[in-house]
Design a protein around this ligand. Structure first.
Ligand SMILES: [Zn+2]
Length: 361
């Protein structure tokens, strides 16, 4: 029986017992913390039972103050725990890039990247934007055991979360559209691997228009893998970086060009001395346009190199950030680890020589 089936429709006394038992069991990792990881049903239950993470800030207003700020329907849903009519908002059909803010306090709650079509008539997401953006409470109203979701900053009622969403988190945040406001985002994300992420991260941190780079794992079948698990080669994940960039300053095509030009896309499951499927050359695309650009560019490089390119071009499913000690690795460890001088420095020099037009330094 899966974890999700185990909890479906169970009374909270039983859920509480199972959560406590899980936290004490050998299958619960030591120092268990869902921070920086994909939130799963067990994490949601843990928050609902044991308390929620602290928000970055708190917003408190009187009922009269909220009433003055909100429309009647917004007030009814967010402050009086109401539910809007299903299919009452066009937001269900909206999948363009952007962020979803709390209508009451403006805190960002969800990203369009985690939005999916649940067919329920309410906007649905598989993850919150940050672990401490949303809070979870037991809700036993209407004779049902459910988990209510509220804005962790201002306590606005948002909706509920259920364990029947899509893989890999299997969560479905079922949110009232009136509780949200969509804001356009000029940021885009791209996920790819070209061997050791310490190296690729160092390169892409030095490109104009790149907002941030995160090292992590993609393309495997284990949720929240550890570095050790990925290095075993048994999870199917590749070491990757997720680059957040401003498409007005640097294009998807530019980033793929630098990617293909700064690692060896002709060696299968190997970059220099690093060998294994976790070091494979791979590009994860998020739409058909990205797929086509990646295919066109690999063909162009193949012709220029006169050698077959083995880079995998595959749909993006999920990105799992690596442990904190693997983030910003070159910048933090250039003096201590000889790998940085021997392997990463020459790669950076090659990048600077080949792509001076993209340098932010
Ligand atoms: Zn709020």
């Amino acid at each position: 029986m899966s974890q999700n089936e185990l909890f479906r429709g169970q009374p909270f006394a039983r859920i509480q017992f199972v959560v406590q038992a899980y936290l004490r069991s050998p299958s619960c990792p030591p120092n268990y913390s869902p921070l920086h990881q994909m939130l799963r049903w067990i994490d949601v239950l843990k928050f609902a039972v044991n308390g929620n993470p602290e928000p970055d800030r708190k917003v408190a207003k009187t009922e009269e103050e909220w009433q003055a700020l909100l429309t009647e329907e917004q007030f009814r849903v967010t402050r009086l725990r109401g539910t809007e009519r299903p299919f009452s908002s066009e937001m269900c059909e909206l999948f363009e890039p952007g962020k979803y803010k709390c209508i009451c306090c403006g805190t960002q709650l969800f990203d369009s990247g985690e939005k999916f079509d649940s067919g329920t008539g309410w906007p649905s997401f598989t993850q919150p934007i940050k672990e401490n953006a949303v809070a979870y409470h037991k809700d036993e109203s209407n004779g049902r055991s459910r988990i209510e979701t509220v804005c962790n900053t201002c306590r606005a009622h948002l909706g509920h979360v259920f364990p029947d969403g899509p893989e890999p988190s299997k969560l479905r945040f079922c949110i009232n559209a009136v509780a949200l406001e969509k804001v356009e985002s000029t940021e885009a994300k791209i996920t790819f691997g070209g061997g050791c992420f310490w190296c690729t991260e160092a390169i892409f941190q030095r490109i104009k228009g790149v907002i941030s780079v995160q090292s992590g794992y993609s393309g495997g079948d284990v949720v929240n893998p550890t570095y050790r698990e990925v290095c075993s080669g048994r999870t199917g994940h590749a070491e990757v970086i997720e680059v957040t960039y401003d498409p007005d300053a640097v294009t998807y095509e530019d980033i793929i060009r630098v990617h293909l030009g700064t690692h060896d896309p002709t060696t299968l499951n190997r970059q220099g001395g690093d060998q294994g499927t976790q070091y494979r050359s791979v590009i994860f695309y998020r739409n058909d346009e990205e797929k086509q650009t990646a295919l066109d560019l690999t063909k162009e490089y193949e012709a220029a190199l006169g050698q077959p390119i083995v880079t995998q071009i595959t749909p993006f499913v999920a990105f799992f950030p690596a442990e904190a000690e693997h983030q910003n690795y070159f910048n933090d460890n250039a003096d201590q680890n000889s790998y940085c001088g021997v392997v990463i420095e020459p790669k950076l020099a090659k990048f600077r020589a080949a792509f001076p037009q993209f340098l932010s330094e």
